[in-house]
Design a binder for this molecule. Structure first.
Ligand code: BGP
Length: 466
């Protein structure tokens, strides 16, 4: 089977991870500019000051994408580049950069798929409480509207937020992302609620502008499975799905929170403050979402946790294993499963099962895989980058996407993470994901990898040979 004609083969990046130019052309300081410079916070102190210099080399990068036959490029806009102070005055040079990038994509017929928030927030707003401050909601909506108006004549695919669970949990529970707060459940859940409201309000604004494009949100997709049929493990998996999945998908797609989680948060006294108006905005806009973006890397295998004093916490960098912060369940590394060098499970099968779970709970909402890929240390022999495991990983997952489509799941595109090697938030440049290699010892020169040619062929043949 070939992939359907309207299925987009893409690849992705995010502003902080590729652009660099952190203080050029009027860009404001972001929370990541500040956080990445706190000693000990990132791998070997790496930061995005230069990253892979996409800001200056976007023309070369887009040309390489075009030569690969890429149909769509998912990238993010840096909020502090557009609004240096978070709210208020717009930086014209910031708009220019994205206008140029978008036009460059369109020149080659590459569809721009734009994320508004891939974690870099204006530092000014972070200092005022970031996502725990309701004023951030309005600031974001203004920023979103500015982007719709500036780019919406050419951009027809919008993602509001990337992975709310990651930046909120890492920001307020594990202190692994800004604002580096630890174990504050009240703030964690408050931040998630405020993000959902900002999303819904932005969707509403977008629909009122009648630009006739589509808008949605990208979530981590980590479907949870019990390790066996034991009742208490099955119950633990359901608890995990409620907290890790339904809490994120329900307010977007059903316009309300899963009662199971709300009740527990009430008992713990950490239910977010929410007004009736905010709840109404969520409800009103549930049907306005055109799609959900899924960032799929791995599922979670879960068992009931019996050791409430266990200090084996879940890893902030995503490796399987460890106890959830409320002590109820633990993620389990299983002998019969495969894992990457960073301990992430490799399971294309779980993707298929997971999308069926989604279909059952949320119906036929359109889906895109907005990220999927293999973080690896690529093999280099005589200057050739032989990232065969990456091609194999993507092949297995594209086959899973095919299978899900043939079983009736409404999937319309696949974006490999990442188009080019880039800065991993917490793993520096060591963990590679790209089709294009960046030589850090040679002035950031670009080079096509094995997977580049492989993906080019997949796109040309529309996946028929997979
Ligand atoms: C996702 C993020 C990406 C990217 C990817 C790989 O959570 O949306 O920005 O970083 O994960 O993560 P890592 O670099 O930690 O391997």
């Amino acid at each position: 089977m070939k992939f359907p004609k309207d299925f987009l083969f893409g690849a992705a990046s995010a502003a902080y991870q590729v652009e660099g130019a952190w203080d050029e052309d009027g860009k404001g300081v972001s929370n990541w500019d500040v956080f990445s410079k706190i000693p000990g916070k990132t791998f070997e102190g790496t930061n995005g000051d230069v990253a892979v210099d996409h800001y200056h080399r976007y023309k070369e990068d887009v040309r390489l994408m075009a030569e690969m036959g890429l149909e769509s490029y998912r990238f993010s806009v840096s909020w502090p580049r557009i609004m240096p102070n978070g709210d208020g005055k717009v930086n014209k040079k910031g708009l220019d950069f994205y206008n140029n990038l978008i036009n460059e994509c369109l020149k080659y017929g590459i569809v721009p798929f734009v994320t508004l928030y891939h974690w870099d927030m204006p530092q000014v707003l972070e200092e005022k409480g970031g996502w725990t401050n309701k004023a951030t909601i309005d600031a974001f909506v203004k920023y979103a509207e500015t982007c719709f108006k500036a780019f919406g004549d050419r951009v027809k695919h919008w993602i509001t937020f990337n992975e709310t669970i990651v930046f909120c949990k890492s920001g307020y529970m594990s202190a692994a992302h800004p604002p580096a707060i630890e174990n504050d459940q009240k703030k964690y859940f408050q931040a998630t609620h405020n993000v959902f409201v900002a999303h819904a309000k932005s969707v509403e604004v977008y629909k009122k502008l009648k630009q006739y494009g589509e808008i949605g949100i990208t979530h981590v997709f980590n479907p949870v499975f019990s390790i066996d049929n034991n009742e208490e493990n099955v119950d633990a998996a359901e608890h995990a799905n409620n907290f890790e999945l339904y809490w994120y998908y329900d307010p977007i797609l059903k316009g309300e929170y899963p009662e199971y989680v709300s009740n527990i948060l009430k008992e713990r006294n950490v239910l977010p403050d929410m007004t009736q108006d905010e709840l109404d905005v969520l409800k009103r806009n549930a049907d306005n979402n055109d799609f959900i973006g899924l960032n799929y890397y791995q599922p979670m295998r879960v068992a009931k946790n019996h050791d409430i004093n266990s200090n084996e916490k879940q890893s902030p960098t995503g490796a399987a294993g460890g106890v959830y912060f409320d002590g109820y369940f633990k993620s389990v590394v299983m002998k019969d499963k495969k894992y990457t060098k960073w301990g992430w499970e490799i399971s294309p099968e779980a993707f298929v099962d997971g999308t069926k779970m989604l279909k059952e709970r949320y119906g036929d909402i359109k889906l895109y895989v907005t990220e999927n890929g293999l973080g690896d240390i690529d093999l280099i022999i005589e200057d050739e980058i032989l990232d065969v495991p990456r091609a194999k990983f993507i092949e297995e997952h594209l086959r899973a996407v095919k299978k899900a489509i043939s079983e009736g799941v409404n999937l319309k595109g696949y974006y490999a993470w990442s188009v080019i090697d880039l800065l991993s938030w917490l793993n520096g440049y060591k963990k590679q994901y790209g089709f294009i290699y960046v030589d850090h010892n040679n002035n950031l020169a670009r080079k096509k990898k094995y997977s580049y040619y492989w993906y080019k062929n997949v796109i040309e043949t529309r996946g028929e040979e997979l």
